[in-house]
Design a binder for this molecule. Structure first.
Ligand SMILES: C[S@@+](CC[C@H](N)C(=O)[O-])C[C@H]1O[C@@H](n2cnc3c(N)ncnc32)[C@H](O)[C@@H]1O
Length: 285
């Protein structure tokens, strides 16, 4: 049976049916509200308040799903990705991503990135692979650390992020190679890298994708190499209404246990010291 792209990404139900269903619900609710106003004369301010609340709920409910669909849009454009339909959540607004990163770090993005990278303890001459590299900011800093004798590669499943990362490396005069590929199928030989980086990427992968990435990271690392993962930790339990809008996260204890199954041992872990960010460093056993 032919599978449309939405079925591929969401598995159980096509995305468009979810969006249409939710729109129907919201429109019905608005129509009922209009009727109620006619019958009970609620008054304009109360009506405006209710419509505003409904619109806010509609945006909160519909947007995260629609956002996920962006991943599907470029799925076909990724070489070799056809075998891994559950790619993850791809980002396409590369310039916006950099602007947001700057705003969310209060203009101190470089310090924030340096802090994350410090856990990888990069040394001059090392070969580094940044997986889910986004616009390449961390990869470029990594290149400065490993120096001319070192090598840095970045991969991202979003063509737009790769294009911006490439442009940034040219502007900075730094030789970093960025490739449009997935974390689940890294286009490298076995044992090519001393270090694999995954910063803020893992929460974009579906659970199956995380396991595939673990296997791939192990494969491309040299014996004695290391992998740094930085990501948002699971938040404390929240009421359901707040859960609608929470940021993606991963259970890093579970990630650590899974990495153990892929041949890694965890050599270090802790808090990054910003937001709910945690890090772990793993080495092939
Ligand atoms: C939140 S961004 C993090 C980017 C960068 N590592 C950073 O620290 O700013 C997550 C990135 O992962 C990419 N991504 C999502 N799924 C992916 C996959 N399966 N393989 C490779 N990259 C992926 C997205 O396109 C996005 O650029």
């Amino acid at each position: 049976m032919h599978q449309g792209p939405f079925e591929k990404f969401h598995g159980r139900r096509p995305l468009w049916t979810v969006v249409v269903l939710k729109l129907v619900l919201v429109i019905t609710a608005l129509a009922l509200l209009g009727q109620a106003n006619a019958i009970f004369s609620l008054g304009i301010p109360v009506l405006v308040l209710h419509v505003g609340a409904l619109a806010a709920i509609a945006i909160l409910v519909i947007w995260p799903r629609a956002h996920g669909s962006l991943a599907v849009a470029t799925e076909k454009s990724i070489p070799g990705a056809a075998k891994t339909p559950h790619i993850g959540i791809l980002l396409h607004s590369a310039a916006l991503y950099d602007t947001l990163a700057w705003i969310l770090t209060y203009g101190r993005e470089r310090a924030f990135r340096e802090k994350m990278l410090s856990f990888a303890r990069l040394k001059p001459g090392e070969a580094v692979l940044d997986v889910g590299c986004g616009t390449g900011t961390a990869a470029l800093l990594a290149k400065q650390r490993v120096g001319p004798a070192g090598r840095v590669d970045g991969v991202d499943a979003s063509a737009e992020m790769v294009a911006r990362a490439t442009a940034k490396s040219r502007r900075a005069g730094l030789s970093v190679s960025f490739t449009n590929a997935t974390a689940q199928q890294l286009p490298y030989e076995d044992g090519e890298f001393d270090v694999v980086l995954s910063t803020l990427m893992l929460h974009h992968l579906p659970k199956t994708g995380r396991a595939e990435f673990g296997r791939e990271a192990f494969r491309v690392l040299k014996p004695g190499g290391r992998m740094l993962i930085v990501d948002f930790a699971k938040p404390p339990r929240q009421k359901r209404i707040f859960r609608l809008h929470r940021h993606g996260h991963v259970d890093l204890d579970k990630v650590a246990a899974d990495l153990g199954q892929h041949g890694f041992k965890i050599v270090e872990q802790g808090d990054v010291g910003a937001k709910r960010l945690r890090y772990l460093v793993a080495q092939p056993r």
